[in-house]
Design a protein around this ligand. Structure first.
Ligand SMILES: [Zn+2]
Length: 391
């Protein structure tokens, strides 16, 4: 340093602070941020930097960098908190330097910007302070941020349930945090008052099987919520019961059949003429039991038809026989394909058979394929690798 020593470098703190207060020049303030001494001088520098009005992006960057340089050198926790609460630049940077939980707690309660208050809660680890914010703060967003950091999970669940049921904001996030199954069941099953998306989130979070069963069975619950519940039910006898007894809505029965794998339950539903055609044919589509399918595929002279939902109709019955026949053919083809793959394991021994056209309904033959047959397993396909029927 030469002969001239600026006043802001004075060892007298009061004198140095006064000099900073008089400074309005950005470049001088940058110098002070780099070389100024003492917490007060540095804090005043950050404040003065915030008073520079500019729309020049480069200057804004320079101000930010200078503010961070000054803050980096502030060690006093109280002074850092003044910077966080009062300064336009560097407040979140200063927040990260605060170690005193009590100071962070005050910032969380009183900082002007919502983002800053949220950031402060994220920096808190003191459980008593977090639980106080989670229980008593008037802002849902701060309550939820605090609850997410609580080690007392039971208390956290109470806060999430409270926000999920009562608050205007942050409901979705609260439901997403809920593990309390009875609260989730209550929200999912509530019809009419809540927006549908909250119930969808609740059913997504619900895992308790008896609760899912109750939702699926309850005809006052929204249909799509009931269907989502069925998607998560694993108990086969519950699913069979839903398939048989959901008198109010056919789609509930069909969704339950779709989840059924139990062959004896499926056979019972397929064979029982008390059920309507839609449910019986859906059950047929899930049967793998060949003897049952064979019986269903053969039309007896007379079936004691007492349809529950649709009027008795022999057309329905014939359609059911057709379903069973198609299912048998599907299963046979599947087993043939499976056997062929077991023989060749994808390494077929192709031999060219013929060239054939694909014909369309109007009789036009639009494409010609080369047809190949495997010499080992008998699989037939065209030159695009598509399966080609044997006949
Ligand atoms: Zn083969």
């Amino acid at each position: 340093m030469g002969l001239f020593k600026p006043a802001w470098m004075s060892d007298n703190e009061e004198k140095a602070v006064r000099a900073v207060e008089k400074t309005t020049d950005l470049y001088t303030l940058i110098d002070i941020a780099k070389q100024g001494k003492g917490n007060l001088v540095l804090m005043k520098t950050v404040m003065k930097l915030g008073k520079i009005e500019t729309f020049d992006k480069n200057k804004v960057k320079m101000i930010n960098r200078a503010a961070e340089l000054a803050i980096e050198r502030i060690t006093d926790q109280k002074i850092l908190s003044v910077v966080v609460i009062n300064c336009d630049y560097g407040s979140s940077f200063a927040l990260k330097k605060i170690r005193d939980q009590r100071v962070i707690y005050d910032i969380a309660q009183s900082a002007r910007g919502e983002l800053l208050r949220i950031d402060a809660v994220k920096e808190l680890s003191d459980q008593e302070m977090l639980s106080n914010i989670a229980k008593n703060n008037k802002e849902s967003i701060l309550r939820i941020c605090a609850a997410e950091k609580l080690t007392d999970k039971a208390l956290a669940q109470e806060v999430f349930a409270d926000i999920a049921k009562k608050e205007e904001t942050c409901r979705m996030r609260a439901i997403g945090n809920l593990t309390n199954q009875s609260v989730l069941e209550e929200i999912a099953g509530e019809a009419g008052t809540l927006p549908r998306s909250y119930q969808e989130k609740a059913i997504e979070m619900l895992i308790d099987q008896p609760a899912l069963e109750r939702i699926a069975q309850c005809d006052s619950v929204y249909l799509n919520i009931r269907l989502s519940a069925i998607e998560k039910i694993t108990n086969q006898s519950v699913l069979a019961d839903l398939a048989r007894n959901s008198h109010d809505d056919l789609s509930v029965s069909l969704a339950a059949v779709d989840r059924l794998a139990d062959q004896s339950a499926l056979a019972e539903i397929a064979e029982n003429s008390n059920y309507c055609f839609e449910i019986r044919s859906a059950a047929v589509g899930k049967l793998t039991d060949l003897p049952t399918l064979t019986i269903l595929a053969s039309v007896p002279s007379k079936e004691p038809i007492k349809y529950r939902r649709s009027a008795p109709s022999s057309a329905d019955y014939i359609s059911l026989c057709k379903c069973a026949t198609e299912r048998l053919i599907d299963l046979r083809n599947q087993s043939i394909i499976q056997k062929r793959e077991e023989i060749c394991k994808g390494e077929h021994n192709w031999k060219f058979i013929k060239r054939e056209g694909r014909s369309y309904n109007d009789g036009a033959v639009q494409e010609l394929y080369a047809i190949y047959k495997c010499q080992r397993c008998g699989k037939i396909q065209n030159d695009s690798g598509e399966f080609w029927s044997d006949d």
